[in-house]
Design a protein around this ligand. Structure first.
Ligand code: AMP
Ligand code: GLY
Length: 419
């Protein structure tokens, strides 16, 4: 099969690598890909939100199956558009993608279906915010309704802070929506649980714990993710049962009733408090960097699984996992998630990886023949093994060899599982 892969991050390099390892893959075209995918696929530079242009390219390259990595094209309806044009595509439809695209939609769905989640209030104007503030506890979580590239959530400690953050959202700071959600702060342990879903079935697709704060000891502003490990030990069999019965099944059923069944990867963002799971967020895609830490543990042919899902035959597929632990550390540009310098050379030619190690590119590109950074999260170094401490040491030794003076990384990834 010829595969079209949409996206350009570390997640897409990991997806591309797994696709390229499949016996079913003939040619891979990445729209637009990065310097890592360029080595194993053909990168085509296109704005992936220009669906008509993407369709033209899909037809030109005789692509048999399209896999969508990031949320924005999904939320904007790329799957519906391609399906209408008779293209086979893996990912959720536009309606179902509102699980990530609108937090108000997600929270209403939770309320209607008794799905455990933080108590909330959806606000459309300042009056509703100030009214709510008359009797609420702190900290209070303020969330932008629409997509916000990981910057839409603020944990506020005072009324003034809530009013400041809310005013910015209501004024349109995030172009995707002017609504906001005020939400009870849940004090617990976060974990991410992944599923692959088709119209008839769903299967477990790994668990992981991400590290969102930029600095060690979980300090500093939120980022897209500084590192992750898999599996997440907090999601044991008992917890998994609760997550499925209390959260996943009612969600999938609610979308089926609306005749908009979910299909694609489903990222269930959880807060676990007093041994009970609460839904913090849904993402309608694999996580980044969770994908880079989960896929190296997959034993079954990745493309075979995706192909079965697209045919709604996931029920016939057995997904097997290696009995290995996995960790990834993100090498970032100094200054991220704030301002950082781009186009700085990175040298990785001298890096020799063993079969348990992976180097996924995220914000990289080639300037002439030189590898340079084009984003804030630059490289993901993943390693697998039996012991998280040893894995982390291995990753750090690779990062030290890369020795990129414009970069930084967290040395404490996995602190919860490394005592
Ligand atoms: P989200 O974009 O909804 O995943 O939120 C980003 C991060 O904010 C989450 O990963 C949590 O660390 C934190 N967060 C979001 N909602 C809550 C909540 N209700 N209580 C505590 N922390 C939260
Ligand atoms: N790592 C968090 C996310 O992908 O949303």
């Amino acid at each position: 099969m010829n595969i079209g892969l949409i996206g350009s991050g570390g997640r897409e390099h990991a997806l591309c690598k797994s696709i390229s390892n499949s016996r079913l893959a003939k040619r891979i075209i990445c729209f637009p890909g990065n310097a890592g995918t360029a080595k194993i696929a053909t990168n085509i530079n296109v704005n992936v939100l220009n669906f008509k242009k993407v369709l033209k390219l899909i037809n030109f390259y005789k692509i048999d199956l399209v896999i969508v990595g990031p949320e924005e094209p999904l939320v904007k309806g790329i799957v519906d558009f391609l399906r209408k044009n008779k293209i086979k595509v893996f990912g959720p439809n536009k309606f179902a993608s509102k699980l990530e695209g609108s937090k108000a939609f997600m929270k209403k769905l939770c309320a209607q279906n008794k799905i455990p989640t933080a108590k909330f209030k959806i606000c459309n104007d300042k009056k509703q915010v100030t009214h709510f503030l008359k009797r609420c506890n702190f900290p209070l979580v303020v969330k932008a309704d629409g997509l916000a590239a990981g910057k839409g959530v603020t944990i506020c400690k005072s009324k003034d802070e809530v009013i400041d953050v809310a005013s910015e959202i209501l004024k349109g700071k995030f172009k995707s929506s002017k609504k906001l959600i005020l939400e009870e702060f849940l004090d617990g342990e976060e974990a991410s649980y992944f599923l692959i879903v088709d119209n008839n079935n769903f299967k477990f697709f790994g668990s992981a714990q991400d590290h969102k704060r930029v600095y060690e000891n979980d300090k500093g502003p939120n980022t897209g993710g500084m590192g992750a490990y898999s599996p997440a030990p907090i999601i044991d069999k008992k917890m998994e049962k609760k997550v499925i019965s209390k959260i996943v099944l009612p969600t999938l059923q609610a979308l089926k009733i609306k005749k908009k069944p979910y299909s694609g990867f489903l990222y269930v963002g959880l807060m676990i408090k007093n041994n009970e799971p609460y839904l913090i967020e849904y993402n309608v895609r694999m996580g980044d960097p969770e994908c880079q830490v989960i896929l190296p543990r997959l034993k079954t042919d990745f493309l075979k699984i995706i192909n079965k899902a697209v045919m709604n035959k996931l029920g016939q597929t057995q997904i097997k996992w290696k009995k290995l632990k996995s960790m990834t550390i993100v090498l970032c540009s100094k200054g991220y998630p704030g301002k950082y310098i781009k186009n700085k050379n990175i040298s990785i030619k001298h890096i020799k990886l063993s079969k348990n190690d992976y180097l996924f590119h995220a914000g990289t590109k080639f300037n002439d023949n030189n590898l340079v950074n084009s984003g804030g999260r630059v490289l993901n170094i993943t390693s697998t093994g039996k012991n998280f401490l040893k894995i982390r040491k291995k990753i750090i030794s690779i990062i030290k060899k890369i020795n990129w003076k414009h970069g930084f990384y967290r040395k404490d990834i996995g602190w919860k599982v490394i005592k």
